[in-house]
Design a protein around this ligand. Sequence first.
Ligand code: F0G
Length: 460
Amino acid sequence: MPYRTIIEPFKIHSVQHIDMPAAEDREAALQRAGYNLFGLHADEVIIDLLTDSGTGSMSAAQWGAMMIGDESYAGSRSYERLRGVVEGLTGMPEVIPTHQGRASERILFSIVAQPGMVVPNNTHFDTTRANVEFQGAEARDLVIAEGRDPSADHPFKGNMDIGALRETISEVGKDRIPLVMVTVTNNSGGGQPVSLENLREVRAVCDEYDIPFYLDACRFAENAWFIKTREDGYSEHSPRQIAQEMFALADGITFSAKKDGLANIGGLLVMRDAEVAAQCRNLLILTEGFPTYGGLAGRDLEAIAVGLDEVLEEGYLQYRIRSTEYLAEKCRDAGVPIVWPAGGHAVYLDAKELLPQIPQSEYPAQSLAVELYRDGGVRGVEIGSVMFGTVHEDGTEDPAQMELVRLAIPRRTYTQSHVDYVAEVVLSVAARASSLTGYRIVEQASWLRHFTARFAPIAG
Ligand code: F0G
């Protein structure tokens, strides 16, 4: 068949206005926000690639299902519907709704983690790390070496380093490892997938030491698509079969329905162990709500139940992964350094490589993110030393491994011309990269500082 453009497999049913702030308005917004893009108002942003979380468009079927949401406080029909969908997909009987992924993390780690313990993960997402550390435990990242090198070409750069996992277990002792977690896809490591082969190896190690194995499954469907297209033996499997095989290897999952649940809010904590689930439910009631709604409206549960089916449609996943790759190719073909291969939900620009004149102590990825907004109103997010640097008590800092700017693509929201515009902005900033200068932090919080820190430009 001749090559055909992979088109958006949907037509637009309701539209939202995009504001077009002028250059001087963007400059004023930057100053007001202390050069922190989290401080911008939505009407100051032209294309918002801050996150793919909760920012997608729901389908007509999801909106329709919301109309039959059952708002019963206990035993809601909508919960039963969602429970059935989740159990069918994961094979796990204990299905606990939460208001979003980090609520699942907080509840799980409050139950299983204690001071002195170590939680291995390929790469912890920032809220996952914060929730582990909040319990006094250590969050240890054990992704394979290729996963730390933006330009290393490998089909599964999110894989866990099995040797490092074994070393950690023998160093720490299995009793101080409450669970092993693998994040699919590996968001903080460039949205890179994990192979089924690697998940099987993690499972085998966990079996050997009798340690529970959990998936952070936020982007499970995107991971399944990468397995289908990259791992030997899976090209004829449906995304659902692959996802089921992934879940069959795990003892439990944390999940943010704001990603591959195709919903605007919601999360899940799902597991096989009824005893741990009972403890989790007791905590859930304290802060989230009764176990059949977990802090969500019944209509939200309906939207997630439908979303979990739609996200596994082949046409959707093919378009989804291709549209991210399309932006990545435009950047790479113009010589802009990016994490390669493209991630599932985002393109990650490599600011360390693009801005060698800015030392890591002056936050090159922050500088690049600010400049993309200044140039074209495109909002990405810094994933570098602002987010993941280690701040010591004396105020000194260890930089993060990588200095990335993530351009996360909301699901079913932007069209190809929006993506073309984003590429134009990236290329325009890259063309004058050598003139960019760094930033210093003038105000910061002690937890998750990237959300609220204020910056000042360092004059060139
Ligand atoms: N785990 C991963 C891998 C995530 O990417 C996120 C959220 C969470 C857990 C927490 O889920 O937001 O529902 O509480 N990631 C968003 C992002 C915020 O922009 O990448 P949540």
